[in-house]
Design a protein around this ligand. Sequence first.
Ligand SMILES: [Zn+2]
Length: 444
Amino acid sequence: MSVPDYDLEAVDLLQQLIRNACVNQGTVESGHEVRSVDLLEQYLGTTGLELERFEPQPGRASLLARIEGTDPTAPTLLLMGHTDVVPVNPDGWSRDPFSGDFEDGVVWGRGAIDMLNITASQAVAFRRLAESGFKPRGTLAYLAVADEEALGTWGAHWLVDHEWDFVSADYVLTETGGFQLPSPGGPRLPVMVGEKGTYWTKLHVHGTPGHGSQPHRTDNALVKAAEVVLRIDRYRPQAQIGEVWRRHVEAMDYPAELREAFLDPDHIRAICDELPIGLGRLAYSCTHTTFAPTVAHGGTKTNVIPDHVELEVDIRTLPGQTGDEARALLLDALGDLADYVDIESNDDGSTESPIDTPMWDALSRVTARMVKDSALVPFLMVGGTDNRFFRRAGSVGYGFALFSERLAFEDFSSMFHGNDERVDAESLGLTEQLWRAVAEEMLT
Ligand SMILES: [Zn+2]
């Protein structure tokens, strides 16, 4: 296969972004996204456009570029990518995670899927449009943001709160989606139109201190906490078939039996247990409030019966679900143990954009031309992205990109924050073409 030039340009930019290793440890001193902002500023500097830098904390830089539209009443489309990546344990990798190796048409490294691939292809598309003299009616903006992997505190969240005049947009495209889901009628391309909320919770489990040499009939907080963890892990709330899930299933051409099971709140759990693990997990998460016990701290000394254990639970809420509803489910899971537990939660609700919008129509037209027999399907993101800040501020935000057939869905989902993250150059090229075509479709 011959690789067109633009693929190599996106490959090269992606390699450099990977090598910058903007690893976000969740601390304000980490990330160092300024390295990739310097790179992108240089890369986009050739367009002659004015570039805007934001740096709310030393090193936590973001970059904005705009091609101003000629008609102030026409919409603004924002292409947004984050430049930070999550930490990596090199033991599980077959290559150096920050080498940016390019071999057999594949780029390797932390961020190759989440989401430096998109950040790079958006920049390439933006520069190519700018250099071609693109004069749209509406405004095209490109935003490379810091700190997505730690709640957007010094990136998108900060920019929406403090620099809305600069970053405001009617439409936002960011991660992720667009991996090809095979169906009898042709590939289906998921568009992330909404995302679940987080209801991160700390549980303080209380007991009574005592001497470790006499454990009989003591009130041991660690033993209670073990039971709390088990109850939460085994808890299965009632499934909820939401609008996005229903429209997704209806658009997927599933065999009738599977479709019925997917849309039946009393049968979907059994199906999730039988499907291939990646799809089963995802289908479950799209239709249930999920509870994952993830952190435990407790005990002080081998010979002391502990009186306090702290647990953390990652709870994800469905569209339309309130924090109070999530708390009620948690109490249901704890049962009589709730009396021994104090609950502290942080409610960051789900967000959704409408499905029937001009951006949906533009993506439909463009992808129908680019991927044979394909059709878009709405999907719910089960993790969080920077889209939530823009949706809350009034933008229509979708997660989308395009990936080649080379990338199987199971591989795709396991590479997020996982080992051996990599992307093929064909996917990079497809995505770059997508951004240009959508900008032309929506803004001219
Ligand atoms: Zn990401």
